[in-house]
Design a protein around this ligand. Sequence first.
Ligand SMILES: NC(=O)c1ccc[n+]([C@@H]2O[C@H](COP(=O)([O-])OP(=O)(O)OC[C@H]3O[C@@H](n4cnc5c(N)ncnc54)[C@H](O)[C@@H]3O)[C@@H](O)[C@H]2O)c1
Length: 286
Amino acid sequence: MDMGCRTLQMLNMLQNKRFLITGISDAGSLALHTAKAIIEQGGEVVCAGLGVTPHHEGLSEKALAYLSANEQAFRETVKAELGENTPTFILDATQEESMADLAAALKAANTPLDGFLHSIAMDRTIRNKQVKPLLEVTREEFCDTLGISAFSLVRLTHHLLKQDALLDGASICSLSYIAAEKVTFHPYRNMSVAKAALERITIELADELGRSRGIRVNALRFSPYLGSKAGSATLNTEDVAKAASMSPLGNALPRDLALEIVHLFQPGLRITGEVRHVDGGYHVTG
Ligand SMILES: NC(=O)c1ccc[n+]([C@@H]2O[C@H](COP(=O)([O-])OP(=O)(O)OC[C@H]3O[C@@H](n4cnc5c(N)ncnc54)[C@H](O)[C@@H]3O)[C@@H](O)[C@H]2O)c1
């Protein structure tokens, strides 16, 4: 089956469905590719990106500049790539209040969600593509990475449900990497532990929310990808080429990931608690 045929068959698969997309920073963000695929399938998106919230106090100049630049790029990217009328919200996943604000805003707008994409990761122990040895990681750094990159999935879900902003039968997807399970040729230590936690959280939530509300929760492990800020902060060209050569189909593309998420977002699908590989088959060899 060629891709044209697949695209045609999937037309309007998400009509009248609305999804929250987190983790858009710029045009390279994996989340943006997913948002576009949802819209192609007739779905609606609302986007929540990192920026300055009313709960940030005493920010250093550097932190303020970083958050403001991210916020501006997020808003401009959504406007340019997804359209002027796409609703945008600011979200800092380190802040309970920010997650609660987002859920309350969605409730106030009477726009309950049919699902959301968790596409959030941050590890401050990775600098200039250098990964800190696990033995040197401080308690604060460990908890910071775990909180932003994994536990935020629990808390965001909690706040959305508390505000009735997530519908029964909704579908949640999170983005992971094979390093959650295996030491790869470019280990990234602290983040690997957070990805393992994210996957375990996905599975536990799948059981809890499947039984209570028919909500599905799945994770997708994607190929190494240099096109985003997170990817380019961690990887180099040789890493990506090596993964491609070890993968039977070469590295998966953002479009492959987006189509798989669209599939998992389909209403009524009985698939949950999965950790899917969208990696060109790397996992069978690597
Ligand atoms: N790039 C890759 O090689 C690759 C491979 C597999 C999985 N992933 C995962 O895909 C997801 C998206 O990454 P990407 O490659 O699109 O990079 P990206 O940099 O575009 O996305 C990461 C996002 O996390 C957001 N973020 C960080 N801290 C946050 C906070 N406190 N609150 C809210 N948002 C916060 C950033 O603003 C950014 O938008 C991540 O979970 C990443 O680990 C990436």
